[in-house]
Write a protein that binds this ligand. Sequence first.
Ligand code: HEM
Length: 364
Amino acid sequence: MSFKALISILSVVGAIQVATAAATHKIACPDGVHTASNAVCCSLFAVVDDLQESLFDGGECGEETHESLRLTFHDAIGFSPALTRQHKFGGGGADGSIMTFDTIETAFHANGGIDDIVNVQKPFAAKHNMTAGDFIQLAGAVGFSNCAGAPRLEYLHGRPPAVAPSPDLLVPEPFDSVTKILARFADAGFSPDEVVALLASHSVAAADHVDPTIPGTPFDSTASSFDSQVFVEVLLRGTLFPGTAGNQGESKSALQGEIRLQSDNDVARDPRTACEWQSFVGNQAKLQSAFRAAMSKLAILGHNRRDLVDCSEVIPIPPPANTRAHIPAGLSRRDIEQSCRQVPFPVLPVDAGPATSVAPVPPS
Ligand code: HEM
């Protein structure tokens, strides 16, 4: 080997070592407790503690967590390249506009009930001097970390203040057709498979406004665990309305005390999405990785990844899964409406005992 070749190999090795050191080097934060990969992440540890203590009731996967996760979506999905191509303002995505211009955006029909969590979060964002866009995504990721079985979500920091409210009609409605839903998500950059992955959020969710006579009615029987149970239960033959009949965007559910969105019902059965829907049943690893990946995209809609700093290290590590996919008591495999033609439905244990009835998510 020539001397020149040796020198160039050594310099490449040196450059790799420098890059590795830069990637792993942590700085000590001024709080004397934490270390961080970037100094701007340091101030977020105190925000996370405050959120856990004062917003999420000491670290619960309860109502505020559910609402905060929903808010990440309703802020971010206000983003339409199609509108921009028509020389209209297509929204700023995950920019906090739903909080900054709350009087406008919370009045949109699809944002029904979101004013509750916006009003609760707004003073926290101000107190910690964070932009609304950063705060909404941070709170969503921190709250979600309280749900057993959740993946630890990515959190990127540095969204600038929102400049304008999102246009109306960009947030999907539960009475929209699957075609309309897929088209809306495609406009925002999501494939049908990613839409199904995002709907895993309805594993930790309840509805207050679909049937206002029964607030806090969950979408599955395990609303404080992030699991595939919602993918099982939405596929069960619908037999009842848990409250009143005739609500817009509601389909019959299979369990007393459980509400089913028409959109979830239809996505679970549509040939374009049914096999992806079924693929999550009992597959916690796929559920976690697909949801995490889709949420990483959602959380930075309208931004360039390179302009943001990775502060994921401030997000708490979620507790492990505490449930296993099963058919609820009182029902059987025959109640599953098999909708994926190519792959048989997985064999699941059937719960014993009297028919399952699901309790509401308590208000906090
Ligand atoms: C087709 C798309 C979607 C539709 C039509 C839809 C619709 C709805 C509706 C109607 C509710 C009930 C609101 C209420 O009455 O209180 C709800 C709740 C919820 N949604 Fe979605 N959603 C969609 C996608 C998403 C996505 C992508 C996420 C997050 C990534 C999300 C997260 C949630 C959560 C966490 C709740 C529960 C809120 C709570 O318990 O207070 N949704 N959704």
